[in-house]
Ligand binder design. Sequence first.
Ligand code: SF4
Ligand code: SF4
Length: 278
Amino acid sequence: MKKWNLVIDVAKCNDCNNCFLACKDEFVENDYLPYSAAQPRHGQRWMNIMRKERGQYPKVDVAYLPIPCMHCDDAPCIKAAKDGAVYKMGNGIVIIDPEKAKGQRSIVDACPYGAIWWNDEKAVPQKCTFCIHLLEEGWKEPRCVQACPTGALSVIHAEDREMAKVIKSDELEVYQPKYKTKVHVYYKNLYRYTKCFIAGAVALQDTDECAEGAQVTLSKGRKKVIDRVATNNYGDFKIDNLKEKSGRYSLEIAYPSYTKHKMDINLKTSMNLGTIFL
Ligand code: SF4
Ligand code: SF4
């Protein structure tokens, strides 16, 4: 059977919040029983956009990470619920039954992604339903996907086998794989949020000019080259997708007719090396 999957491209998300607002527009003051009770006007973010700033001035960037319910196959919220109050549909979508889940606050704490919200007034846990009520009417995507102006959100309705091929070919990743919950939400360019970079600029001491085209090589240990980039016309370089707190690296900068510059780096988080003169 085909299942619903959501793909989120972190590099395309600009934090416009259209997805969040479309979700509010759809669910605030609207019941879609038996799938969802109305979302309160304040206090819930079924599409929760996290923000992360990396680096130091002037080499700084910001990434946004939209986090909805991951519609896990192995969902801790289902295990925590009593009386089958949370269940998985054959199409992959996880639903909290608003009647059966009444008073079950422990369901909120069961989600490791923080995707469930407590409705104080109705005493019910709530979350993203993938707009199942619309899909059942023939919609091809939920409201958040329809509202996203940058193409950061897309839907893949496919059997698990087909989806596995897409995951491989498009190099999709899951957020927090350590939870092992077998999610149906995948990310592209997740490194923009979860990894770090080394950036800097290269200039020539004698002419005081930017060194365009200098070769910057990052290595681990004696021989293992991690990445090699060329500086741009401002002499700037950036090596991204590095694991935080991943220890010692060596950086070598080569430019024709100049002595190679070598330095050791202890990488903890994104860092700006400033201007390096050859
Ligand atoms: S992301 Fe959280 S709420 Fe959604 S299915 Fe998984 S455990 Fe349940
Ligand atoms: S609508 Fe798209 S670009 Fe805007 S915040 Fe949501 S995911 Fe990001």
